[in-house]
Design a protein around this ligand. Sequence first.
Ligand SMILES: Cc1ncc(COP(=O)(O)O)c(C=O)c1O
Length: 449
Amino acid sequence: MELSGKEIAQMHKDYVMQSWSKSGVDALAVEKAEGIYFWDYDGKKYADMSSLLVCSNLGHELPEIVEAIKEQADKMCFMAPAYATEPKSKLAKMLVEAAGAKDYQRVFFTNGGAESNENAIKMARMVTGRTKIFSCYRSYHGATLASSNASGDWRRFAAEIGGAGGFIKFMNPHMYRDGFNKGVDDEAVTKKALEDLELQLRYEGPQNVAAILMESIVGANGVILPPDGYMEGVRALCDKYGILMICDEVMAGFFRTGKWFGWQNFDIKPDMITFAKGVTCGYVQLGGVIVNKKIAKYFEENVLQCGLTYSGHTLACAAGVAALNYYIDHDIEGHVAKMHVIVETFMNEMVEKHICVGEARCIGLFAAFEMVKNKETREPLQEYGIPGKWMPWIFAELKRRGYATFGRENFIEICPPLIITEEELKEYLPILDEVLTKVDEKILSGEIQ
Ligand SMILES: Cc1ncc(COP(=O)(O)O)c(C=O)c1O
């Protein structure tokens, strides 16, 4: 017996524990998805303008990935990690080549982003014999114990109860929020941020620090673009003190920023690259860690004390091979470069037009509006860490108009599937404009104070 949309939603409410939420809340029942769209059980269509959780880079139900999964399922759904399978071997090679075969050597596969960071942290500790892991306050690295502890935003708090040792946070620069201007103050901000970081490393004892873990472009905390020279400076500090640099590419990877990986926008090479999301676009869950030659060599001589029943899951790797082939064969890099111009132009117009938009940040199709109550003072529409009603109101208004996306305190993310067309952008971006106009009206009328 098929369930109705209402029954599905009710059973979800009654039986499912929902991520980052109190239980027993309403959830929209979704019946099907295709391309950049999904539909609820009343037939209402939504444009997926955030690629769900910035993972559906190639949209939904892409025939090439669906067929690859079906073909693999007919042959062999799963084989244990110690066996070689065609999809796993192929995907590992493709990932190493995407990162750069001159510098990188091997991949450890996981089931998602958190596990990738978890295992990269373990590897960093094994390789260096050091304990401490530096990471940024303005960051998110996943919800397992170590990944949570490495995450900077409030989502780590529950994992800190009882804790996991050795996790040190530093404040990564956010030019707009810190009162500076990107393109103007980069040099000074970079200099100060690196001096602060080096001092903090000295106070912690750099000889105790195994790794600095960073998102190459901070995603879920607002698509924060680092000041020029900052990432290169962090790399130099790592080199100076024998610290490993781990770039978390879970959200920024797979052409989200216009390149295979976000770090390729800078003049750096991390020692380890963690990935998930866009590797399969969520068709089957998969993540992993790509390691450079030095770390690969270490684990030729030492046992890798990491393991997962589903490491290199056959079906997931088949989806991954199909996704990576699609990125390459359909020149997603070139397409993102074209769509980026449309999104960036629109966003800059919105900054000019709306009093509620403080700043637009956009790299590839990874973008966010910084929302303000007052453009002069940059007072945020919603303060970090303080629940407010206006950001949820904005997301509800967008959804009502068939524009599905997410954001958090103070920013709206614009991260559509990378296959979005010019026509689709021109149809849906004006909806954002319309809702921003409503926010302006509420600021002017004094309803938003
Ligand atoms: C940068 C980053 N790292 C790690 C994760 C965790 O990934 P997962 O939810 O697959 O465990 C996320 C999830 O959004 C992320 O954005």
